[in-house]
Every structure is written in structure tokens, then in C-alpha cells.
Design a protein around this ligand. Structure first.
Ligand code: ARG
Length: 588
């Protein structure tokens, strides 16, 4: 609900009480945006919903409400239409005052949450010794945007990287490296991640083929868990190596995140199993310790337990998740925990959430949310791969986006006969390239799969980052052309709205608060993308009608007023894009 709707709701509450008595104080006026601007801006459907209870015709009820309804500061006189809708049209003066108010507000009129709380966003979370893949890219981009939105809303956000830094992969890898490249286990920087991934693949092949190797690898895991010094040192070096590589990606994406990997929770694992046992949930099944829950079955329809300790004593991914969940509730005091992973892990999350809840570990005021996302597909609609069929390295993918955006930029500069410095070209190419990748991802409903296409995401037309960035830069161009400092408009700017397109833009600008609070709840950043895209279209309609002259060449007070609309559009775009992790450019 936006600020205007909230005010209207209050007015309706008063009218309902005045018309029908105190019992009607909490009744929802059922305010919706009007389906057709012809009927106004909002429509209240409360009269229809009360008809039965009051035993009256909805139109009569509507008339009784309207009789007591004082919205004269906000709307023109309400009109009753059809079976009993109450149509409301916002007053021009009201819109003008609202715009003037948000113009001096750095938050553009978006209220912070009234109930700030600690929220954890668990995202990115790649695995050590394996390469970050496009799934982790999605998690990183979506998780970062969600965290930014929650932070902006005033929540106390903890961004956690639940790195896969523990487990059987290290047994294999260390055993293999001892054979083929022991220096890697004792000397820092002896490997780069490319090597590490290759070694990991070879180690896995050996592991699958050679039983003696398997046994040594298992012992190596036991030694690691027991804290054997040489193994622990080797493990640390391998983690550092991966970490350096991950950091390059985070820097490129401008993402902040705190690493708290699986190993962090290692000391807490035995108590998870013990406490589950004490609460009577644990069942031994072929030597493994499991929790069986109703409704979880495998493909054959057999019950599918959550295994928390394997028969060899080792712990699982789920055990760590249970331990981390308790830690996050007890130590971090999180009230909402958000996990951003591919949809393929949906079952894992439902299952371990349920186990934790059965065990009584989730207080009533704590909410657990899995935020799933779909796959990234290649242009052939199949799994995203390089031409040679390998998985795509994230670094290559981002570099390619930057390189392509640079080619586009150079071509455009040539066409426009512009000379720009190398510094300018580098900056614009990087920001546009990275933004294109982010925006392409965020503008999709995250639950669906999407096709990764450089051409599409870099297109200057359409719902893309370059289009949005261009819209912003274009507005800054107006201020440059007119020698105007938008910041100086603020003090005594008066807004006067005359034309259809001005009114449409003004109303739309006032809706961003609603969009942001929706995304805060449903965690779907694509709604914000849609809003920003629609906003820039509304701006273009306004600006094209004026053909770029009647803003700067208009008479006062229209000139200042229209410049305020330009400034507000630019600031809304900048704010919205920043919540998507996208930096704007003053020129491009
Ligand atoms: N490392 C996991 C993966 O690559 C993601 C971890 C997600 N977070 C969690 N708490 N399970 O699939």
C-alpha cells in the first residue's frame, strides 16, 4: 500500500464508523487501483462487501459512506458507479504537494519499515575447490539485491556466505595432491583456481575408480575433522586459493558478503544429532541416523529420510544447515532467514525446516524462507555451456559481457562522432557490461528459467540495463544542456501539473513506496525492474511530447516544475537501480 492509499484507508475508516458505528472500525475499504483512468485513480469496493451484513443495497451503502467521507484534501468528489463502487480521482493540488514533499526527501517519500528486525540473507555460497557456476551467479545477484532492499528498508541485515568448505571433497583432493603436487599443500599460492578445479576433477575420477585411494581419502577426511595439523594446513591453503578467486567475482559485481562457511558450524554438529535424539525424532536406518517425516518420498514412493549422520559417522549438508539455523536464531537473533539457492534444493529446505520445527527449534516470531530460482540456459534452450561443452567460468562470462559492451560503445561513439578518453570508455564498458548481466537476471521472475543472451541483455532498446542507464543519463543531459543543477531546485521548487503526461508521470513516481514494500515481502526483484522500466517509458512520453525543448524553454512556473519531474525521475531510477546493485552513469 502506498502513502496515499494509507491516508485514504484512514479516511474510509472514519467514514465507516460515522455511518455504521464503532463495530465497523476495522473494515477493509478494499481500495484498488482503478482499472481505467477514466474512472479515476482508485476504486473502493467496500460497499459491495458489506451488503450482506448490513442487509442493504450496495449503492445505498456507498452513498451512506460517501456522505461521511471527507477526502477533499486528497480527491475530487467521490463518485458512485456501477453496482456500488466508489471511484476516487486524485486532486491535482494533492499530487503537486506530494511531489514537492518527496523532492526534498532523500528517501523520495519511501518510509522505512516500522518494524525493523535482524534478517539474514544466505546467498552466493559457492563450494571450495569447485568453480563458482552460473547458479552461484544467480544466487549472488538475487541475494545481493534482496539484501540491499531490506537494508534500505531499515532492517539489520546479515549477509552470509555459507561456503561449502568442509566435507569429502577435501579428502579426495588432498590425497590426490599429495601424490601429484605436494607443494600445493604446503606453499601458499602454488595453485590457481583453474588448476584446483582440474585437480579436483582428476581426484574424483581416481576416487571413483580406485578403492585403495578411496580408503586413503576417507582417512584424510577423518584426519581433517580430528584437526591433524598437516591436513588442516593444506585445507586452509586450498580454501584461501578459492577465496581469492571468489573475491575477484565479488569485486567485479560490487557485492559485500561475510564468509561463514560450513566449517564454522563443525563443532556444533554432534549436539544437533544428540538433541534430535533426545526429542525422539531420530531413527537408525542401516547404521545411519535419520529423521523420517511424512510426505517425503523418493521416486519409488519409499520414505525419504533426512540423514543427519552417515553410517561412517560423517555429517551431511543438512546437519550443517540445522546447526547453522540454530546458531542464527540463538546467537545472531535473526527473525527472518532467507536462503537463496536454485529451485533444485527446494526439497532440502522444506525438509530441514520441518525437522527443525518438529524439534521445537523455531520460535513463533522467526520466519524461514527459501528463495528459489530457475536455471540459466544457453541460447539453444539447453544447459548453459561454452562452445566446447565445458561449464562456463563466471569470470569469463563477466569479461565477455564487458568486452561486448565495449564494442557496442565504441561503435556508438563512432556513429555519434564523439571522442572520449580511454578512462571513460573503460568505466562505461564495465558498468554497462556488469549491469546488463545483473539486470537480465533480476528482471526475470526468478522462479523461471531464462536464456542467457549477450545480445539481448546489451540491447539499448527494451527492458535492459543499457536502456535504463541511458534513460538516466539522458535526464542528466537535460541538466547539462540547461546549465542547471538539479540539487538547487529543491529549496523553492513549485510543482504545477498540467498535461496528461505530466500527471501520469507524477502519479507513477508516487508509487515506488508500494513497489518496494511489496518486494520486501515477496522477495521478487523483477517487480522493481518492471516499475523502473514503466517509469522510464512514462518519462519518455512526457519528455517526447515536450520534444526536449519545452522543458528548458518553457515559461515559469512550468519550467521549474518540469525540471523537478526530470530530477525526480532520475533520482527514482538511480535509487531503484542501486537496490538492484546497479550503478548509474552520468554520461554514457
Ligand atoms: N553450497 C551450496 C551449493 O553450492 C549452497 C548453500 C546454500 N546455503 C545453505 N545454507 N544451504 O549448492
Amino acid at each position: 500500500m502506498n502513502a496515499t492509499q494509507e491516508q485514504l484507508k484512514l479516511k474510509f475508516e472514519q467514514a465507516l464508523v460515522a455511518a455504521f458505528g464503532a463495530d465497523y472500525a476495522g473494515v477493509d475499504p478494499i481500495l484498488v487501483s482503478a482499472s481505467n483512468p477514466k474512472f479515476g485513480d482508485y476504486q473502493a469496493n467496500v460497499a459491495l462487501s458489506l451488503s450482506k451484513k448490513l442487509g442493504k443495497q450496495p449503492r445505498a451503502i456507498a452513498a451512506a459512506i460517501v456522505d461521511k467521507l471527507d477526502v477533499s484534501e486528497i480527491c475530487e468528489s467521490p463518485e458512485i458507479a456501477g453496482p456500488g463502487f466508489i471511484n476516487l480521482k486524485l486532486k491535482k493540488e494533492y499530487l503537486e504537494a506530494q511531489l514537492q514533499a518527496i523532492q526534498i526527501d532523500p528517501r523520495l517519500g519511501i518510509p522505512a519499515t516500522k518494524t525493523p528486525q535482524r534478517e539474514i540473507v544466505d546467498f552466493s555460497s559457492p563450494n571450495i575447490a569447485k568453480e563458482m557456476h552460473v547458479g552461484h551467479l544467480r544466487s549472488t545477484i538475487i541475494g545481493d539485491s534482496i539484501a540491499r532492499i531490506l537494508e534500505f528498508q531499515g532492517h539489520d541485515v546479515l549477509r552470509l556466505n555459507h561456503v561449502g568448505d568442509w566435507g569429502t571433497q577435501f579428502g579426495m583432493l588432498i590425497t590426490y595432491l599429495r601424490e601429484v603436487y605436494p607443494e600445493a599443500l604446503t606453499t601458499a599460492n602454488a595453485l590457481d583456481i583453474g588448476d584446483l578445479v582440474t585437480f579436483y576433477r582428476q581426484a574424483k575420477l581416481r576416487f571413483d575408480a580406485d578403492e585403495a585411494f578411496q580408503e586413503t581419502a576417507r582417512q584424510e577426511v577423518v584426519r581433517l575433522q580430528a584437526g591433524a595439523e598437516d591436513t588442516l594446513h593444506a585445507w586452509k591453503l586450498l580454501c584461501e586459493q578459492s577465496r581469492r578467486e571468489f573475491q575477484i567475482i565479488y569485486d567485479l559485481l560490487n557485492v559485500q558478503i561475510i564468509e561463514r562457511g560450513e566449517s564454522f558450524y563443525n563443532p556444533l554438529l554432534p549436539s544437533v544429532v544428540q538433541d534430535l535424539d533426545e526429542s525422539g525424532l531420530l531413527v537408525e536406518n542401516q547404521g545411519a541416523k535419520c529423521v523420517f517425516l511424512e510426505g517425503f518420498t523418493n521416486r519409488e514412493g519409499e520414505p525419504l529420510p533426512l540423514i543427519v549422520q552417515k553410517s561412517d559417522g560423517g555429517y551431511n549438508y543438512a546437519t550443517t544447515d540445522l546447526a547453522s539455523l540454530r546458531y542464527r536464531i540463538q546467537q545472531d537473533e535473526a527473525k527472518r532467514i532467507i536462503y537463496v539457492t536454485d529451485a533444485g534444493q527446494a526439497n532440502h529446505f522444506t525438509q530441514f525446516f520441518q525437522v527443525a520445527s518438529k524439534a521445537g527449534w523455531i520460535p513463533d516470531d522467526v520466519e524461514l524462507v527459501h528463495v528459489p530460482f530457475g536455471l540459466v540456459l544457453g541460447e539453444d534452450g539447453k544447459k548453459f555451456k561454452t562452445r566446447s561443452g565445458d561449464t562456463v567460468r563466471l569470470r569469463d562470462l563477466l569479461d565477455e559481457a564487458i568486452a561486448r559492451s565495449r564494442v557496442d560503445l565504441e561503435k556508438r561513439l563512432q556513429e555519434e562522432q564523439r571522442e572520449e578518453t580511454l578512462e571513460f570508455i573503460n568505466e562505461v564498458a564495465e558498468i554497462v557490461g556488469i549491469s546488463a548481466v545483473k539486470y537480465a537476471d533480476l528482471s526475470q521472475n526468478r522462479t523461471s528459467n531464462y536464456i542467457f543472451s549477450y545480445d539481448k541483455m546489451l540491447d539499448l532498446k527494451g527492458n535492459t540495463a543499457p536502456y535504463m542507464l541511458y534513460a538516466y543519463a539522458r535526464i542528466q543531459g537535460i541538466s547539462r544542456k540547461g546549465g542547471i543543477n538539479f540539487d538547487e531546485l529543491k529549496d523553492n521548487a513549485k510543482v504545477v501539473l498540467e498535461h496528461e503526461t505530466e500527471l501520469a508521470l507524477a502519479k507513477y513516481l508516487l508509487q515506488i513506496d508500494e513497489v518496494i514494500s511489496t518486494v520486501e515481502q515477496d522477495l521478487l526483484p523483477n517487480r522493481l525492474c518492471e516499475y523502473l522500466y514503466e517509469l522510464s517509458k512514462k518519462f519518455n512520453q512526457f519528455y517526447d511530447r515536450n520534444q526536449g525543448v519545452q522543458v528548458l524553454n518553457a515559461e515559469e512556473p512550468q519550467r521549474t516544475s518540469r525540471l523537478v519531474l526530470c530530477d525526480l525521475t532520475a533520482r527514482t531510477l538511480k535509487l531503484g537501480l542501486s537496490l538492484l546493485g546497479i550503478q548509474v552513469l552520468e554520461r554514457m
